[in-house]
Each structure stands twice: as structure tokens, then as C-alpha cells.
Design a protein around this ligand. Structure first.
Ligand code: NA7
Length: 548
């Protein structure tokens, strides 16, 4: 038990996933003594919770890793092209050991509320274990995909079998052999877990609402020569990633429009890109994410592939996405996903034509059938981007609650701060590139900007920073305009909050690309933190800051 009562720290970090871990390291570097609260009992965030069979990153390991320390990136060896959850968690643990991060983290502790006092310029942060800590700065690093969503089907408690959610999977291994298993959801998590469960279970029933586009990952054991080459070129590769749209050096830099290329050449290029096994597929041409006809050439190619792989034409038809342009929902990478539907022990239920009506003792009842199940796996996603932020009662003493301010959708300046809530920094917040990029690259950019900003405040003796509402309005408008000019608005995606009933439909991430965004943030800092109000001279005696 580690209850902290009325401790005061210079900086408090919420979450010890990749964002929180780097924030601890970086803030220490500028002389702060941060304290972090983490709900899990170890580091890793998403990779701590998502332990479901088949969980794997869809960004190549050489890129989905920290770039801030050259020794770390040179010494760590990745065993596969796309790392498994277990390997990424080992990496997170290694980083925590290497930089001695755990001494600043209080585990198994969830932040529940945070209140800012305008009189003292301090946040008071409360946890579910009774801690009460005051902090000058709060850094929200709770992740974009960390609040699992479980649809509220009638009769959920009456089901007598086992229930799982991919986003909060048990730590002990789960044995599905001989069982009748149901999976609800065919997003990235469903697409990864389904082939694994089909192999293990006696029978697998997939409940699909929207078919998704997925490409084969062509995952493989790392080639030592390729890894050595990559390491020799890390400096250039990382720099290229930092200024790329998706934070990934290996993605193609599109030079042409799909519609300017002959159908035969395009087909050849799609075929080659398919075999490269990368979400870079959608960056092959400049117009794929902005022009419907261009997008349709790529979508049609993938639809044909699905029809080729899935042997039963009726099944193939049900698996073929038609209601959204390719890449406007997260493009999935899989291992044997479509082929899984050729197995005799797999059934696909289209819950649009045959909706789930209730959970019952024996399984799931849809309009047309009773599906008898021993276990149900919810792969139903998250209250994404804003869920973890709004799960904490952020408020200003005697003033507004963040939940009220964001009732019609999140509002931030640069995704970094929200007006009216001083000294609260968001890592990969709504309005920043976050989930549209290699998230570790986005995290590094944010944490570095925040650390530079706090450093500047410390040096100039300023104790309060907050976003100017007018700049925030302009930023929100800018993000909306960008999104409106792209095809992303044409999908009912979790980027839009469309998967959570009642959630405002707002395109949440910044779709202009990490490189462009990075330059905007740097420019704002260069101009003396343009669009932020800096105020208040330091009044708190630094000696009151307690070591943690
Ligand atoms: P996603 O991508 O949000 O996928 C959730 C899936 O669950 C999706 O197919 C949903 O269908 C389906 N779903 C959600 N609610 C229901 C109900 N009520 N009935 C039937 N089906 C439902 O979450 P993931 O965990 O797969 O992936 C999230 C991100 O994590 C991923 O993009 C990577 O970045 C890592 P829908 O499409 O909404 O019709």
C-alpha cells in the first residue's frame, strides 16, 4: 500500500504506457521529479491490457519503438517484423528497467479526479486508492484506446459461459480447446483474434456488423542483416519518419495520383503493395484518401482479393466491405484472416441482417437463431481518443468541468491543451495526429514539446500556461476543415466517435500528417508559445516540492 496523502509534486503523469514512460524520463531530464499513477500493475499501457491471442502491432517493430535513445535502439533486438504483444511488453519492461522508471510510478492506481485551483495554480489529483496529490503540471498520458467498450446487450448477466474483452484480457492463458466460442466485432482486434480462436476452439461463430478492409501482414522472423542495415541507418530513418505523414519511414512517399496511372500499371502496383504487407498500401497514391474514384480503385482491388481467398461466394460477399472507402476506418493487417472463413468450424453471422437481440444463459440470441456458446469474446473496441480523458473528472475549482466543455465534442489547441484548464497537457490528445500515425512517433513529438514548454516556464518563472480560446477555436475549425476535405468523414469510424452511442460525431484526430503538425507545433513554440497565455510568477517555494 502506498497511499499518498497531500503530497505535492512538480509534475503528475497519468498513465505509464509508452507516453507516460517517456514523459517520466523526459521530465526528469529537465530537472523535475514526476510522479505517475498507472491503473495496471506494470508498465506498457495498451500492450499491458491487450493480451488476447494474436495481438500484434501493425507498424513494423523497427519503427514502432522509441527513437530518443540511440543505445536503446541499437541494442534492442526485435525477433519479428511485426512484434507480438508479448514482445512489445518485454520491450516496455526493458525500457522501464533501463531508465529506472518504476520508482516514479504508483501501480494499480487509477486517477479519478483532478481539480485546478486558480488561486494557487495547483492541480489536486485524487485516485481510487485514496491518494490526494497536488501538482503544478498534470500530463494526461492515458492513451487513445484504453477504455474498452462493451455493448450493453440485454441479458448480459444471464450468460453462464465466460466473457472476455480483447482490451482487458486475463493475464493467465485461456484455453479455448473444445469450446464453442463467439467473437463480436471485426475491427483490428477481431481480425487478429479470430484466426487464433478458430484454430483453438471446437467451433467459432463470428458476429460481424461491418466488414473491414484487411491486408495480409506477411509477418516473419526478423532478418538479422535487414535489422543491422536498419540500425546503421536509424538516424536518417527516424528523421524521415518524424516528418512523414504517418510517422513511418517505410511508407511510400506518393508522387502520383491513382487516377493519372493506367489501370494495368495501377493493378501491378497494388499487387506489389499487397505483397509488401503494410498499411502503407493506402499511401501508394496521393489521391487515395481524398478522391472517391481514386479510392475506389484500391478498394476494388482488395475486394477482389477477398473474393479470391474466401471459397464460398456467399461468405465472401458478406465479408466484402462496401459501406466505406478503404483507409477511412483503420486499415487492418492480418495473418490468415480471410482464409479462416474457409475452415469448417467457422460460422459468420451478419448482425445487420440478423441483429443480436439478447444474451441468454446458453449464448447469444439473434433475431433468427440461438447461438449456443461456452465463451464470448467482445472485440468491440474502445471509447477512443476522449474516453480515458473524460473518465477522469477534470474540473476547475468553482468553475467548469471538462466533460461539460466537451459535451459537443473535444476542443483543444493543437491537441495539447484545452482552454480553461491551465497546466494540463494532453499527450496524443484529440486534435493531434495520434491514432492516425505510428503512435510512438506522435508520443515522442508531444512529450518533447511539453518538456520544452515546461522548461521554458521554469526558466522564465511562469507558473501558469493555458490555451487561448480564440486559437483553440481556430484549431478546431482547421482540423474540421481538413477532415471535411478528406474521405475520412465518409465512414462511421471510432475516429468520429461513431461506435459509441450518444458520443458527438466529430473527427477527433488531426488528419494533416505528423510532419506538418510537428512544424506547426515548433513554430508556435518559436513564436513564444503563440496562442497560449503565460501568466503568474512563481509563488510556491520549491522546497515544498517533495521528492518521490
Ligand atoms: P474497433 O476497430 O472499434 O472494432 C470494433 C468492432 O466491434 C467493429 O467491428 C464494430 O462494428 C464491432 N461492434 C461494436 N459494437 C458492436 C455491437 N453492438 N454489435 C456488433 N458489433 C459491434 O476496435 P478494435 O479493438 O478492433 O480496434 C481498435 C484499435 O486498436 C485499432 O484500430 C488499432 O488501432 C488498435 P462497426 O464497425 O462499429 O459496425
Amino acid at each position: 500500500m502506498h497511499r499518498e496523502d497531500h503530497l505535492r509534486v512538480d509534475s503528475l503523469i497519468i498513465g505509464a504506457g509508452f507516453a507516460g514512460m517517456y514523459a517520466i524520463h523526459k521530465l526528469r531530464k529537465i530537472g523535475l521529479q514526476p510522479l505517475a499513477f498507472e491503473a495496471g500493475n506494470d508498465v506498457g499501457g495498451t500492450w499491458y491490457w491487450n493480451r488476447y491471442p494474436g495481438a500484434r502491432c501493425d507498424v513494423e517493430s523497427m519503427e514502432y519503438s522509441y527513437s530518443f535513445d540511440n543505445d536503446l535502439q541499437q541494442e534492442w533486438q526485435w525477433s519479428e517484423r511485426y512484434a507480438s504483444q508479448a514482445e512489445i511488453l518485454r520491450y516496455a519492461s526493458h525500457v522501464a528497467d533501463r531508465f529506472d522508471l518504476r520508482r516514479s510510478i504508483r501501480f494499480s492506481t487509477r486517477v479519478v479526479a483532478a481539480e485546478f485551483d486558480l488561486a494557487t495554480d495547483l492541480w489536486t489529483v485524487k485516485t481510487d486508492r485514496g491518494d490526494v496529490v497536488q501538482a503544478r503540471f498534470v500530463i494526461m498520458a492515458g492513451g487513445c484506446l484504453s477504455l474498452p467498450r462493451m455493448p450493453d446487450f440485454p441479458g448480459r448477466d444471464s450468460f453462464t459461459g465466460k466473457l472476455y474483452h480483447t482490451g482487458s484480457w486475463p493475464h493467465e492463458s485461456v484455453d479455448f480447446s473444445g469450446l464453442r466460442v463467439g467473437v463480436i466485432g471485426t475491427g483490428s482486434s477481431g481480425i487478429q483474434v479470430i484466426p487464433q480462436l478458430a484454430r483453438d476452439a471446437a467451433h467459432l461463430t463470428v458476429f460481424q456488423r461491418t466488414p473491414n478492409f484487411s491486408l495480409p501482414a506477411f509477418n516473419r522472423t526478423s532478418d538479422p542483416k535487414a535489422q543491422a542495415w536498419h540500425k546503421r541507418h536509424y538516424a536518417q530513418r527516424r528523421e524521415r519518419a518524424r516528418y512523414s505523414a504517418g510517422g513511418i519511414a517505410g511508407h511510400p512517399l506518393a508522387q502520383r495520383n491513382a487516377l493519372d496511372v493506367s489501370p494495368r500499371e495501377r493493378e501491378n502496383e497494388y499487387e506489389a503493395a499487397w505483397h509488401r504487407g503494410s498499411t502503407g498500401f493506402i499511401r501508394l497514391y496521393k489521391d487515395l484518401l481524398v478522391n472517391h474514384d481514386a479510392n475506389e480503385t484500391a478498394a476494388a482491388f482488395v475486394r477482389r482479393k477477398i473474393q479470391e481467398i474466401v471459397q464460398d461466394p456467399a461468405m465472401a460477399e458478406r465479408l466484402t466491405p462496401k459501406d466505406h472507402p478503404i483507409g477511412t476506418k483503420r486499415l487492418c493487417l492480418d495473418t490468415d484472416y480471410y482464409d479462416t472463413y474457409n475452415r469448417p468450424n467457422v460460422t459468420l453471422v451478419d448482425v445487420r441482417s440478423d441483429p443480436i437481440e439478447a444474451m441468454v444463459a446458453e449464448g447469444l440470441r439473434t433475431r433468427d437463431a440461438l447461438h449456443q456458446l461456452d465463451a464470448i469474446v467482445f472485440a468491440t473496441g474502445y471509447d477512443a481518443v476522449t474516453g480515458a480523458v473524460l473518465a477522469i473528472n477534470f474540473c476547475v475549482r468553482g468553475g467548469e468541468r471538462l466533460a461539460t466543455k466537451w459535451a459537443h465534442g473535444p476542443r483543444t489547441y493543437l491537441g495539447l491543451m484545452t482552454a480553461g484548464f491551465p497546466n494540463l497537457f494532453l499527450v496524443t490528445g484529440p486534435g493531434s495526429p495520434s491514432v492516425l500515425t505510428n503512435v510512438i512517433a506522435a508520443i515522442e513529438q508531444h512529450v518533447e514539446w511539453i518538456a520544452d514548454c515546461i522548461s521554458h516556464l521554469q526558466e522564465t518563472g511562469v507558473q501558469r500556461i493555458e490555451a487561448d480560446p480564440a486559437f483553440e477555436d481556430d484549431w478546431v475549425a482547421h482540423v474540421n476543415e481538413l477532415a471535411a476535405s478528406m474521405l475520412v468523414m465518409k465512414a462511421n469510424s471510432w475516429y468520429m466517435g461513431a461506435n459509441v452511442p450518444g458520443k458527438p460525431r466529430v473527427f477527433m484526430p488531426y488528419p494533416g500528417g505528423l510532419g506538418t503538425y510537428r512544424m506547426k507545433c515548433a513554430d508556435v513554440a518559436f513564436k513564444g508559445y503563440e496562442g497560449f497565455a503565460l501568466s503568474g510568477q512563481r509563488t510556491v517555494n520549491p522546497e515544498l516540492i517533495v521528492s518521490v
